[in-house]
Design a protein around this ligand. Structure first.
Ligand code: DGJ
Length: 723
């Protein structure tokens, strides 16, 4: 059979085992490659030599309950320069990770000019690339394009975050436009939170070479003798079940292989204060919000930005970051009163912090101006609020300070069950006072132009991870949300330290269908924080029914983010029904296997082989449990016109031989005149009907999503129970 595709890792391992073979098959190095490769590793040795000819010296194998790992030690033919190649294959899930450990014993530091995490040759008849390109409030927009001759590069140079604009996860379909449930697709995620560069380069034949790693731009890494540099891991998967297969592998890996702390746990339903009251925090308002979330049946209240400050008050985004003491003008009885109140209401309490930043209007900045990233002699560029600057996470003292923010909160208030860790600034000031001092320290070996100053982009994230590791060692159980102006840090570099991430600052339910769709390509639903927002929505002005807003948020980790005091009785009643039903379906939604059925992007990318422009535009997805006897189906109408046919939705992932009974969930509420109150209305005609899995997957369902049944933005949720 014609070999169209190869993941050459296993092959290359065989090739270089035992004999001192060239390592270039697995790690193309500058000075050892042929004309069709790009280098994945470029090194300037201490004496100026730019070549690297690695040869395998020793291969060992690790085989434990979780994974098999091949460890190949290599050495340069001339210099005392060593690279250890790691290839880890997980046993319970089809994910392979590669990474390199770099070490030398040269007389002086060497400069790593490029240091990718992995390289892979790819052959396909008509390869297509899928990558996520978005922005703040519009994260995760899939871009699908054919791979053509030349080099396609995807990179992010924000410095502190790496998933707004371009994200470090991609898929490559080998046979044309990637399809959801069939076709051969490769998935790759660089497990790194800083700047990255992913390249797909055409070879001279019909193949391509894939490279991924830290972006070397302004990041030549200066490595002292005997210092080990470990590249970020690069995680791959390959599926012949299309994009869906790749997604499910990443989801499973995230949940079961320790990528998310406690990844197989379900998450609580919460109310976050941000879009309800912004900085206008008072004890009275917080207590009222707690009453509301408890009354709806929610389980957690999170107090967002605005609760701290001393000399400078946090009434807007221009002051007080870094001054992490409770503002007693707003909260006269401190956090004690709030944690006590939460306990009385049988809910948990959570709090917002932004530990890596400060404002020039803060006591922290006045005391430690040298803790801020800045280039000596240059004016500070200021971010959010016209005053925000980023702390120098390369500095161990700053790392201690950041650790102490969490440590103080959790030591004084062990009742805090949840922390939202935000990051709202890019690295705009390229300069670390700490690395500058190291470079100028005569007793250290960092000589030459700049010393270690170009380590900044990398050491920032190594410092961040070190701090997070310390936090997790002491506080393994507190739930921590990864937020970066929304989904700016949706990456697998930080996933081991966080339980979930904030998908987007945009809570408009319609746009959320799209944002959540793209994000789900790589991340599991229990990691995706999705909140019911207000209507009309403050950013887009769009009015959407409460039922639609609930149904859209319910497909991931459910929460709400609005002022409950402004909700109508209908909205309150619907949220109460939604919370009740979500609790019953929670483990299925948060831990089930995702099948995306109809993409909201269909029109744009023709991802479906059936194109019916005259039908209503819809999106549908479902989760199925491992034993395939339970599933939950979400269907959303994205545009609705009278008498417009709704599209038949074919299900996936079911057992064709089982019979499934449909139960409609989160049924629209209506006013019951006899009772004088709001309560559930009637389910649609599909409720209680039974179909075989084969019928549901081959014929599909006509889900009532027209204006005859619902209003604008109709939606339905069904729970399927198989016999
Ligand atoms: C940006 C986050 O994405 C929002 O959810 C909110 O926490 C604000 N920061 C608070 O300043």
């Amino acid at each position: 059979m014609k070999r169209l595709f190869k993941i050459s890792l296993a092959l290359c391992v065989c090739l270089i085992v035992g004999t001192p073979m060239r390592a270039v098959e697995m790690l193309p190095t500058f000075g050892d490659i042929d004309h069709i490769h790009l280098p994945a590793l470029i090194v300037q040795h201490a004496d100026g030599d730019l070549s690297l000819q690695l040869r395998a010296q020793d291969t060992t194998y690790i085989d434990n309950a979780q994974y098999k790992e091949t460890v190949i030690k290599t050495k340069d033919l001339v210099q005392p320069f060593y690279v250890t190649i790691h290839v880890r294959q997980w046993k319970s899930v089809a994910i392979t990770e590669t990474w390199y450990e770099i070490l030398h014993t040269e007389k002086k530091p060497v400069r790593l000019e490029r240091y990718d995490s992995g390289y892979l040759p790819i052959e396909g008849d008509a390869p297509y690339l899928l990558h996520l390109h978005g922005n703040w409030a519009a994260e995760g927009v899939p871009t699908i394009e054919p791979l053509t001759r030349g080099v396609k590069t995807i990179r992010n140079s924000d410095g502190a975050r790496n998933a707004h604009l371009d994200a470090p996860q991609v898929m490559i379909s080998l046979d044309g436009v990637p399809q959801e449930n069939y076709g051969r697709v490769l998935g790759a995620a660089l497990c790194w939170s800083g700047n990255f560069e992913i390249r797909v380069a055409a070879t001279d034949e019909k193949g391509f070479h894939f490279y991924a790693g830290i972006d070397p731009m302004a990041s030549e890494y200066v490595l002292a003798p005997k210092q080990v540099f470990t590249t970020p891991h690069l995680a791959y998967t390959y599926s012949n079940e299309g994009m869906g297969g790749v997604s499910r592998a990443f989801h499973q890996w995230a949940r079961t292989c320790g990528m998310i702390h406690n990844g197989n746990a379900t998450r609580a339903i919460l109310l976050n204060s941000w879009e309800g009251i912004y900085f206008d925090i008072t004890e009275e308002k917080i207590l009222a919000m707690m009453n509301d979330i408890a009354a709806f049946g929610g389980e957690l209240f999170v107090m967002d930005d605005g609760w701290f400050g001393g000399k400078y008050q946090r009434n807007s985004d221009d002051a007080a970051l870094g001054d992490w003491t409770v503002d007693t003008r707003k909260l006269p009885n401190g956090l004690e009163a709030l944690t006590k109140a939460a306990k009385e209401r049988h809910i948990q309490f959570g709090i917002w912090i932004e530990p890596e930043s400060t404002n020039t209007l803060s006591e922290l900045y006045e005391k430690h101006p040298n803790w801020v990233l800045q280039e000596r002699g240059r004016e500070l560029k200021l971010g959010r609020g016209g005053t925000q600057v980023v702390l120098d996470m390369t500095n161990p003292e700053v790392q201690d300070f950041v650790f102490s923010i969490v440590d103080n909160l959790l030591t004084k208030h062990p009742e805090i069950a949840y922390i939202k860790w935000d990051a709202n600034a890019s690295i705009q000031n390229y300069g670390s006072p700490y690395l500058q001092a190291l470079s100028e320290n005569k007793s250290l070996p960092f000589r030459g132009v700049g010393g270690v100053r170009s380590n900044l982009y990398v050491d920032y994230h190594l410092g961040l991870v070190k701090t997070l590791e310390r936090i997790r060692a002491k506080y393994p159980d507190v739930v921590i949300q990864n937020c970066a102006s929304g989904g700016g840090r949706a990456n697998y570099g930080l996933m081991p330290y966080f339980d979930e991430f904030w998908v987007s600052d945009n809570n408009d339910a319609l746009q959320r269908v799209y944002i959540q769709w793209g994000t789900s390509y790589f991340f599991p639903s229990n990691a995706m924080a999705q909140h019911i927002g207000g209507s009309p929505y403050l950013m887009t002005g769009r009015t959407t029914p409460i039922k639609f807003r609930c149904d859209v948020a319910m497909s991931g980790r459910l929460g709400m983010e609005l002022q409950p005091a402004h909700m109508t009785d209908e909205e309150r009643a619907q949220c109460t029904v939604a919370f009740r039903d979500y609790k019953a379906l929670r483990s299925l939604i948060q831990l089930g296997n995702l099948y995306r059925l109809v993409s909201p992007y269909n029109d744009k990318y023709q991802m479906s082989n059936v194109k019916l422009p005259e039908t209503q535009s819809v999106a549908a997805l479902m989760y199925v449990n491992d034993t395939k006897d339970q599933a939950v189906l979400f269907a959303y109408g994205l545009s609705s016109f009278m008498k417009q046919a709704s599209r038949r939705i074919r299900l996936a992932g079911l057992d064709p031989n089982r019979t499934y009974t449909l139960h409609e969930k989160n049924i629209s509420v209506k006013y019951h005149h006899d009772r004088g109150s709001w309560g559930e209305g009637e389910p649609c005609e599909l409720d209680g009907k039974s179909f075989t899995g084969e019928y549901l997957m081959s014929v599909g369902l006509d889900i009532p999503l027209s204006t005859e049944y619902n209003r604008d933005y109709p939606s339905r949720i069904f729970y399927l129970i198989g016999n």
